[in-house]
Design a protein. Structure first.
Length: 574
């Protein structure tokens, strides 16, 4: 394992750990188990934990990780002994990736697919069915990756490896926190949310140090910035600008940084940072990247290098955690919990104000939602540009994830949509955790914040006709009124169009003659029409094409990697 640059220490007979930061390995039960990553107490000091007390370690082992989930939080993977093997538990936030390769009875786990390949335990062959699946059901977390020999342990899940069986267990289920009986009072919920967010961000600031916050002048990134400023851990803020007005949010960002008294770094998205040969998620086990992400990453890395800090904080996941929704589900949830009431009519009016829909349109959508209220959440497929054969084959494969199954009681459709949004953010959160020595921290996806938001009724998130209403109320006193009241959203999509115009002929060549067409995943005639010189695309088609180009780069990267892999380690090795 020396080729990985990791240090080895024993856990139990047949189980060993290799880690690049031994001080971040918490041994428990006399060394019979270990927690790797960053841990915080759920209650108490925001300082990261340096060692687990014997009583807590014993409780973690005795409960097979339940005590860890209940009394602690952070970014970690735990290895715990079983009577006839061991359990690998991944924390619910998903901020520390966990992949594994199996060769006979040997299972090897790593935070990066390259570790498994470079150590000689896996060959990076492309799983073309896995690639097709990732394009057909974008954002759906799956244990199956798009690399043949590599699988994922999903957030909140455990893999129990025993002598005769290997089985996935649900260790943390969002439905356990989505029971709407905690608070009916929005003020109490906003107070609790403010405390949870402040504590979580303060904890990350203590663990990761001073850094730069990426800001858009929107609610989520502004909340992160104001909490970092309160913890005196904010060196500056960074905003990226596109040539079109939709991607120029400097006015709101300046309002925020003037309020906080910190510098604002401004940078333009640059075509010089875009390379069609390089995937923005080349280090991950499945393709899901976008070309404009390369430019954002490059600008963030330059900013941290210029400032001398090594941490970049984001507001990623805020829309998902705070539940940004423009649907009738909040009203349907309230009806199912409380029945017909004046409060239900108030919620209906608020949703109409938020969405611009008429009352009749709201009622029609609500009735459709009610008819499906007892069914499991249906993940939306995306078939654009895919071949008919791929679509047909994918439709025959069941969509499976335990979080999509509604419980017998309290399975509200709004909460099902909220949980689906939490699932959708996992790819992007997992994909952006480190860049060339720059730690990327997404504090809004911290377990205490997620659990609290799951318990807040969905209808409270549209109070006063605004989205993420509880979060707005929670941080109203701390942020400028212009930020709290902002309803529009910027977007870097103008830069995506700029990339397409600049690289159009090369994009056309790469897609029409690329691996996805050669393996009959994409429909070439449909692509030819879409990539004709005179065709203009809307933003959704542009994002889809950007994903496909990035996927071609991801495939090329792993094919090149295949040429350099060492001989596979014998399956009987310990």
């Amino acid at each position: 394992m020396s080729m990985t640059g990791l240090s080895r220490f024993e856990i139990s007979p047949g189980v060993a750990i290799w880690i690049n930061e031994p001080t971040r390995a918490y041994r428990i039960g006399g060394g019979r188990g270990v927690v790797m990553g960053t841990l915080f107490h759920r209650y108490g000091s925001p300082q990261p934990i340096h060692a687990l007390e014997d009583a807590d370690g014993g409780a973690v082992l005795a409960t097979l990780g339940r005590h860890l989930l209940d009394r602690f939080w952070g970014s970690y993977v735990a290895v715990l002994p079983l009577a006839d093997g061991y359990r690998v538990l991944r924390d619910p936030s998903g901020t520390l990736p966990c992949h594994y390769a199996a060769r006979g009875k040997l299972h090897v786990f790593g935070s990066d697919p390259d570790i498994l390949v470079d150590s000689g335990f896996a060959e990076p062959d492309i799983d073309w069915q896995g690639v097709a699946r990732s394009l057909f059901l974008p954002g759906l977390p799956s244990e199956r990756s798009a690399l043949d020999a590599i699988h994922d342990v999903l957030p909140g899940m455990s893999l129990d490896v025993q002598s005769r069986t290997v089985a996935t267990q649900v260790s943390w289920n969002p439905w356990s926190h989505a029971i709407v009986d905690r608070h009916t009072d929005a003020d109490a919920n906003s107070t609790d949310l403010r405390r949870a967010v402040q504590n979580s961000i303060s904890s990350w600031a203590h663990a990761s140090g001073s850094g730069i916050a990426g800001v858009s002048g929107g609610l989520d990134s502004s909340i992160v910035a104001v909490c970092l400023g309160g913890a005196a851990k904010l060196e500056s803020c960074l905003t990226l600008v596109t040539a079109d007005p939709l991607g120029d949010e400097r006015h709101y960002c300046r309002t925020l940084t003037d309020h906080l008294g910190v510098p604002l770094r401004e940078a333009y998205y640059s075509l010089d940072d875009v390379c069609l040969d390089r995937s923005s998620v080349s280090h991950r086990s499945r393709p899901f990247g976008r070309l404009d992400a390369l430019a954002y990453d490059a600008a963030a890395l330059r900013a941290t290098q210029e400032s001398g800090v090594r941490t970049f904080y984001t507001g990623n996941g805020g829309d998902n955690v705070f539940f940004l929704s423009h649907s009738a589900r909040g009203a349907v949830d309230r009806y199912l919990v409380e029945g017909i009431s004046f409060d239900l009519l108030k919620t209906a009016r608020e949703i109409c104000e938020l969405t611009g829909a008429s009352f009749l349109q709201l009622v029609k959508q609500g009735i459709r939602t009610l008819r499906l209220a007892n069914r499991n959440y249906v993940w939306r497929a995306e078939s654009s540009f895919l071949s008919a054969g791929v679509v047909r084959d994918q439709l025959d494969i069941p969509v499976e994830h335990p979080w999509l199954t509604l419980p017998a009681e309290n399975g509200l459709p709004g909460k099902a949509a909220h949980i689906a949004m939490l699932m959708r953010m996992q790819h992007s959160i997992e994909g952006y955790v480190e860049r060339n020595g720059m730690a990327v921290i997404h504090p809004l996806v911290s377990q205490p914040i997620v659990e609290l938001c799951l318990a807040i009724p969905t209808w409270q998130q549209c109070m006063s006709g605004v989205d993420r209403a509880v979060a707005r109320r929670a941080f109203g006193p701390a942020l400028p009124r212009e930020i709290i009241g902002r309803r529009d959203k910027g977007s870097p999509q103008g830069f995506a169009f700029e990339i397409f115009r600049h690289f159009r002929s090369e994009i056309r060549e790469r897609l029409l003659d690329g691996s996805l067409v050669q393996h009959n995943i994409l429909d070439r005639p449909t692509l030819e029409k879409a990539l004709a010189p005179a065709v203009q695309h809307d933003s959704s088609a542009m994002l889809r094409l950007s994903l496909l180009v990035d996927t071609e780069a991801w495939i090329s990267r792993w094919r090149e990697k295949r040429k350099t892999v060492p001989p596979l380690v014998a399956a009987h090795s310990a």
